[in-house]
Design a protein around this ligand. Structure first.
Ligand SMILES: [Zn+2]
Length: 262
C-alpha cells in the first residue's frame, strides 16, 4: 500500500523490467530502475579492458607519477610489449635467452607496482576508518552518518559542477547543488542509496566503500561531544560562505582544464 502511493506520486507510467519482468515506475528526468532485482541501479558500464590496462589506468590515476613511471619501465622491459607484438620473420637463437632475460627483469618493476599499491592503499583505507571513528566521537554517530550519506550525491555534484562551468550566466554552484538535492524525487534518492550498498570492496582505492564506513559507524553508537548553538551555526555558515566563491572558481578551472587540455 505504501509502495503504490509513493510510486504514484512521481509517475503513473511503468515499464517491464527486462531482468525480472516486474513493473518499474518510469522516471522521466532520472534513471528508471528496478527495486526487485537492482536492474539499472548503476547504469555506468565499466569499459572493457584487460587486467594490465585496468592496472595501468587505476594506478596511473590514483597513485600519480611514481607508480606510472614504474609501469613505463615494465612496459619497456617486458619483451612482447616492447616490440608491440610485431616480430620479424624468423627468430635467431640469441633472441631466446634475451627474451627470457627481459621477461625476468620486467618482473622487478611489476612486483614493485604490486607492493607499492598494496602498502599504500591498505594504510590509507585503515586511516580512513580511523578518521571516521574520530569524526563520530566529536559529532556523534548520527551526524557522521549524515555526512557519509552526502557521498551518494557524488555524481550529481559532478554533473552540476559541469553545468555551472559551462553556463554562460554565472550560477552559484552551491545554491544549484543544494536546490537540486532538496528537490530530488524520493525514488531517485532510494536508487542512489542502493547504488552505494552495491559497491564492491576494492583494494586499489584510497577509501573503503561507503557501505563499510557506514557499517563501522553503526556498530558503535556515540553521542556528540560538541553541540553548537544556533548562533554558532550561523557564524560558522557566514565564515564558510566566504569560501564558496574561491572554491567554485577552482572547481570550474579544473573542469575547464580537463575539457580543453587536448
Ligand atoms: Zn527487475
Amino acid at each position: 500500500m505504501h509502495q503504490t502511493s509513493e510510486l504514484a506520486q512521481h509517475s503513473s507510467e511503468t515499464k517491464t523490467c527486462p531482468q525480472c519482468k516486474k513493473q518499474m515506475p518510469v522516471a522521466s528526468e532520472y534513471i528508471t530502475w528496478c527495486e526487485y532485482c537492482d536492474y539499472n541501479v548503476n547504469p555506468a558500464i565499466p569499459e572493457e579492458s584487460t587486467p594490465i590496462t585496468r592496472l595501468y589506468e587505476r594506478l596511473g590515476e590514483r597513485l600519480g607519477t611514481a607508480i606510472s613511471t614504474i609501469y613505463t619501465w615494465f612496459d619497456l622491459l617486458y619483451p612482447e610489449k616492447a616490440t608491440n607484438g610485431e616480430r620479424e620473420d624468423g627468430v635467431s637463437l640469441l633472441e631466446v635467452p634475451a627474451y627470457y632475460f627481459m621477461k625476468a627483469i620486467s618482473f622487478i618493476p611489476y612486483s614493485l607496482i604490486y607492493l607499492l599499491t598494496f602498502f599504500l592503499y591498505r594504510n590509507k583505507q585503515v586511516a580512513e576508518f580511523k578518521a571516521e571513528l574520530f569524526e563520530a566521537e566529536v559529532t556523534g554517530t548520527h551526524t557522521a552518518m549524515r555526512t557519509l550519506e552526502k557521498l551518494h550525491y557524488g555524481d550529481l555534484f559532478a554533473y552540476i559542477s559541469r553545468k555551472v562551468a559551462l553556463n554562460k550566466e554565472k550560477l552559484n554552484l552551491f545554491t544549484e547543488l543544494r536546490s537540486r538535492v532538496a528537490n530530488l524525487p524520493e525514488r531517485e534518492r532510494k536508487r542512489l542509496k542502493r547504488k552505494t550498498e552495491l559497491e564492491k570492496t576494492r583494494i586499489d582505492t584510497t577509501h573503503p566503500t561507503t557501505r563499510l564506513r557506514m557499517n563501522l559507524l553503526k556498530a558503535k553508537t556515540v553521542h556528540p561531544k560538541i553541540k553548537l548553538t544556533s548562533l554558532e551555526v550561523s557564524a560558522l555558515q557566514k565564515e564558510l560562505e566566504k569560501l564558496e566563491e574561491p572554491i567554485q572558481e577552482k572547481i570550474i578551472d579544473e573542469i575547464k582544464y580537463e575539457l580543453y587540455q587536448w
